[in-house]
Design a protein around this ligand. Structure first.
Ligand code: SF4
Ligand code: SF4
Length: 356
């Protein structure tokens, strides 16, 4: 586990060019340089030199970040900003009462047991394929563990394809723990999930949630997780809708490659795709961010919904349960909002699913 001090060299690589300002959704709303990586690096540099204390004020600015990674992909110095913020957040949180309380709430004892309890009320979907042609190790993710909608959709789409879904008792992917700076808990869930992945026989490791997929791909050790829809897009499956649907798509920040979305929509009969403005900009939710910065979070979500309404689409599609919440948040109080739906559920809603 790296400490903030270990990132001193990376922080100093920041040339203060300010390019991150042009892409940061939080900067676009606040105009505050401390909201963006450049300003945070100036503060953290001061901390490492002993000129500033890692206090509540700095923690407030660390929390003013969606961890969307937009600045990372634009940064000419190629700085892995989120890793630095996570290390700084860990050092802030472990010293404060609230930080320690959040760590306790995220522990196996509380978070783990609450999840186990909620799962008791959920009917498990059993996937079966005789003589499977492909085995998919499915990382379900916490939201899909308690909401059966994605499971039902997967079972419906994969019926008669010979594709087998393999399930294991995975822990949370760790994304919420990185966000709160709970790096010790993150390392524990990562260790358990890695062990389960390594001891299982499968062809592809897949997730439906973009955040889980990204978290697993960042575990290292050559772990590669694909979006389950990417695998489905490569099958000879077609989706027939009787009535014409006009759809738009919100790309989750953690979804690296969204080429499969257009491939899948082209396999749909009677579906028209319209790209919304800034389709790949954050939905504004980002878990803890929405709780700590509710006004800014709502403003970002609201702009996203305005862009979706402007397309005239009937449905906004996405591939992350947290983004669905962000989109719902942005839709509050607005008229003529398109239906918000996950792409996998939309496909499963087709009037006919043809396995060619
Ligand atoms: S884009 Fe990178 S190098 Fe430029 S100011 Fe932002 S963090 Fe620093
Ligand atoms: S990760 Fe996103 S929200 Fe955070 S500083 Fe970078 S662009 Fe802004």
């Amino acid at each position: 586990m790296k400490k903030l001090q270990d990132f001193a060299g990376d922080i100093n690589k920041c040339s203060k060019c300010g390019l991150c300002q042009s892409v940061c959704p939080v900067y676009k709303i606040t105009g505050n340089d401390c909201a963006v990586s450049r300003g945070k690096f100036v503060m953290l540099d001061g901390v490492l030199k002993g000129d500033l204390k890692l206090n509540k004020n700095i923690e407030k600015y660390l929390d003013l970040c969606l961890k969307c990674g937009k600045c990372k992909s634009f940064c000419p110095s190629d700085i892995d900003v989120c890793k630095i913020f996570e290390a700084a957040k860990y050092e802030c949180a472990k010293k404060s009462f609230w930080g320690r309380l959040i760590f306790f709430l995220e522990s196996e004892l509380v978070f783990g047991n609450v999840l186990k309890f909620l799962k008791l009320f959920r009917k498990r979907k059993i996937y079966n394929a005789q003589n499977p042609v492909l085995k998919l190790l499915y990382f379900k993710g916490c939201v899909n563990e308690i909401n059966p909608a994605a499971d039902k959709a997967i079972a419906k789409i994969l019926k008669n394809t010979g594709i087998q879904i393999v399930e294991k008792k995975f822990d949370c992917c760790g994304t919420p723990f990185l966000s709160s700076g709970n790096l010790e808990r993150y390392e524990k869930v990562k260790e358990k999930n890695l062990r389960l992945i390594k001891e299982t026989d499968f062809d592809y490791l897949v997730a439906d949630c973009a955040s889980c997929q990204d978290a697993l791909n960042n575990y290292g050790e050559n772990i590669q997780c694909s979006n389950i829809l990417e695998i489905i897009s490569k099958q000879n499956i077609k989706f027939k809708f009787k009535k014409l649907r006009r759809v738009t798509f919100h790309k989750p920040c953690h979804l690296q490659d969204d080429d499969f979305v257009k491939v899948l929509l082209e396999k749909c009969e009677n579906v028209e795709y319209v790209q919304m403005k800034d389709y790949d900009e954050c939905c504004g939710f980002a878990g803890e961010f929405a709780l700590k910065n509710p006004k800014i979070s709502r403003e970002i979500s609201s702009r996203k919904i305005d862009n979706a309404i402007a397309t005239g689409a009937d449905i906004i599609l996405t591939t992350c349960p947290a983004c669905v919440l962000g989109l719902i948040q942005g839709a509050i109080g607005k008229k003529s909002v398109p239906k918000i739906q996950s792409l996998i559920e939309f496909l499963a809603d087709a009037d006919e699913i043809i396995n060619c």
